[in-house]
Design a protein around this ligand. Structure first.
Ligand code: ADP
Ligand code: ZN
Length: 578
């Protein structure tokens, strides 16, 4: 190993010597920070970049001072060259002097030799790691401005970025910064993006792996992968280590002891050991991401570990608008596309789905050999994104099925307008999807901190209204399996209503889950009877608004999808007719 280090050192000397002798000492050099460089690109100031992969700086020529060479940290990104070319910048790969070429040659020989040596040693697991990292290590040009919405989360990482840049600033006043951040929230909401942005803002390397990469069949492999990952990162002094799906390693330990958890425990222990092994002033931050916080082992959440937990949630309407305009800005959109309206109708969409929506729309546009994305393209893409590709051949769907779906969805929609007037109905549709859903209702709840008892019950009633509409129109013998999801949701709501929120007067304020068994026949009985009560009540409600139900259904059958305004129009027309 010593030999190799020696050879490396002499190579470095050769290369540096070669470079010093080379052209660029002749010119005046000035250092330029990476953000300033990006700004210069924005301002179209950058004329030329000399880019040599093995160097830590790139040489930049600016329009206003062509005689000066600006040295900017090399981001070593895969798409960097393309990025420069797209911005109309001349890219030069540098003229190697003879010495440099010689140095490179030696370097190649050494690297190849080193690899052979590594393989010879037969340490196959660390080989794997190196490959995994090579593939995944990616310092992108991503900054916080590329992350839309999530204002709270952003504000919670600002000091972490500052800490990575300048750890001494914090350690000198005795501040202990979090070693780890934990991002939690639904998939596609930008957790990975945010982690990359932190690395980008701090201008440090980004190492990413997924928890599932660690947990392997053989005991000990995961742990050794964790150690290798940290070893690599530590060489940089400052870095962001990102572990996606951290729940794969850090799941709560099952109560029953089983041998099959050995591997996961060892991996988890290795991770915890590595994290507690940092000095307080080392600028390395570990970021874990998970879709569910509740399943994580508490050991991971203790101080000195992932002790800052940050929620990355689904985007609200403003954030959706922001994300849409972010991605729309790179695409030719027709004037009939209203991003405000689109943001309104994409409730519960994640950032990834919004990005995907515009991308699908662009694909559809291209398939139709058109050059501008129009509203109809986005409408088509909407269904692809939300429910998988729409069924190409709808002819097999019997008229009866279409009718049942229409009444079912109309039932949900009608109950929403009647019981939850504050909700904004975004979309009601009977367009079938390959995933099996007959149709769907999308409505936006009012943004409040608490839900009242009336609202909780109304939510359950809305869920029941689909089945009720079927029963009212086609009779109890003809009800379908289409309500299974609704029933499942309604059931869990009703348990929460009684057990978690203590809102049922008969059952009082006791939460049965604090007892080990957690099974209470009285609770189950009460859930059933309350559900039946709500069913009867909602049935009466729909019955007295039958005309609206009929009208919504026929509109749905004709137009396949309706907006909240459409529904409101239909209902108020019936009201005034009475
Ligand atoms: P997660 O890690 O939470 O599953 P990702 O960060 O992988 O989500 O998001 C996938 C993609 O979706 C991103 O690369 C980006 O294109 C888009 N995206 C998601 N959330 C946002 C956001 N808040 N702002 C901008 N783009 C986003
Ligand atoms: Zn339903």
């Amino acid at each position: 190993m010593k030999k190799i280090i020696l050879i490396f050192l002499s190579c470095a000397v050769l290369i540096i010597g070669g470079l010093l002798g080379n052209a660029y000492l002749k010119k005046e050099t000035v250092e330029l920070s990476y953000p300033a460089f990006l700004e210069a690109i924005d301002e179209r100031q950058v004329v030329k970049v000399v880019l040599q992969e093995n160097k830590n700086t790139i040489q930049v020529t600016l329009k206003e001072s062509p005689e000066v060479v600006h040295l900017v940290p090399n981001p070593h990104t895969e798409d960097f060259t393309e990025f420069l070319l797209l911005n109309g910048i001349t890219v030069d790969y540098g003229q190697d002097s003879g010495i440099v070429t010689f140095g490179k040659l030696v370097l190649v020989i050494v690297i190849v030799g080193g690899m052979v040596w590594f393989i010879r040693k037969g340490n196959s697991s660390s080989n794997l790691i190196i490959n995994a990292n090579k593939k995944k290590k990616k310092e992108d040009l991503i900054t916080l401005s590329r992350v839309a919405g999530n204002a709270e989360a952003k504000s919670m990482v600002l000091d972490v970025i500052e800490f990575i840049k300048n750890p001494e600033k914090y350690s000198s006043v005795g501040a202990r910064m979090p070693r780890g951040l934990l991002f939690y929230g639904p998939p596609g909401t930008g957790k990975t993006l945010m982690a990359k942005a932190i690395a980008g803002e701090a201008n440090v390397p980004f190492y990413a792996m997924s928890g599932s990469d660690f947990v392997q069949m053989y005991v000990g492999v995961g742990a050794s992968r964790v150690r290798s990952l940290f070893q690599k990162a530590k060489k940089n002094e400052r870095a962001v280590i990102f572990i996606d799906e951290i729940d794969a390693i850090g799941k709560k330990r099952a109560r029953s002891v089983s041998a099959s958890n050995d591997e996961r425990d060892q991996t988890l222990n290795a991770l915890l050991t590595e994290m507690s092994g940092f000095h307080d002033n080392s600028g390395i931050i570990v970021i874990g991401a998970t879709n569910r916080l509740d399943t994580l082992d508490e050991a991971l959440l203790r101080p000195g570990r992932f002790d800052r937990q940050i929620e990355i949630g689904l985007p609200d309407i403003n954030a959706r608008k922001h994300i849409l305009s972010l991605y729309a800005s790179k695409k030719p959109l027709s004037d009939d596309v209203d991003l405000d309206a689109l943001a309104k109708s994409t409730v519960y969409f994640s950032g990834a789905m919004l990005e995907n929506l515009l991308n699908e729309a662009a694909i559809i546009t291209a398939n139709e050999k058109q050059s501008i994305i129009r509203k109809e393209h986005i409408d088509k893409a909407f269904y692809t994104v939300i429910a998988g590709a729409p069924k190409m051949d709808r002819s097999y769907i019997t008229n009866k099925d279409r009718k049942i779906t229409a009444y079912h969805e109309a039932g949900h929609a009608l109950a929403t307008t009647l019981l939850l007037p504050d909700h904004y109905i975004s979309k009601v549709t009977i367009i079938p999807s390959v995933r099996g859903a007959g149709g769907f209702n999308l409505s936006i709840p009012k943004d409040t901190m608490f839900q009242s008892r009336t609202q909780l019950l109304a939510n359950i009633q809305v869920l029941l209204a689909g089945r009720i509409a079927e029963e009212l129109i086609f009779g109890p013998e003809e009800i379908t399996t289409g309500a299974s999801n609704d029933i499942q949701k309604a059931s869990s709501y009703i348990v929460d209503y009684i057990n978690k929120f203590g809102m049922d007067p008969d059952m009082g304020l006791f939460n049965i889950e604090v007892l080990e068994e957690g099974l209470d026949t009285k609770l189950i009985e009460r859930c059933r009877s309350l559900m039946n009560e709500l069913y009867t009540r909602t049935k009466a409600l729909l019955k007295s608004n039958l005309q609206s139900l009929e009208n919504i259904t026929s509109e749905l059958l004709e137009r396949e999808s309706l907006t909240g305004e459409d529904i409101e129009c239909i209902c108020s027309a019936n009201k005034s007719n009475r």
